[in-house]
Design a protein. Structure first.
Length: 65
């Protein structure tokens, strides 16, 4: 299935989860993840099944002054 991860088109197998998408881009903690602009808690990444054309955002915290 085709999805967008941080505005980049990616292909994942049917039944893939948010955890699979995060692994595909090799995201390193800390980060937050959202699917279709809805925050998904880390405890739900492995159980959150993705659907074709989902938009996934993996966001790293930014610090500064």
């Amino acid at each position: 299935m085709n999805v967008l991860i941080n505005d980049n088109p990616k292909t994942l197998p049917d039944g893939a989860t948010l955890a699979d998408a995060i692994a595909l881009i090799e995201a390193k903690p800390p980060f937050a993840a959202a699917v279709n602009r809805q925050f998904v808690p880390r405890s739900n990444h492995a159980s959150h099944v993705l659907h074709p054309d989902d938009c996934i955002e993996v966001i790293r915290p930014v610090t500064g002054g």
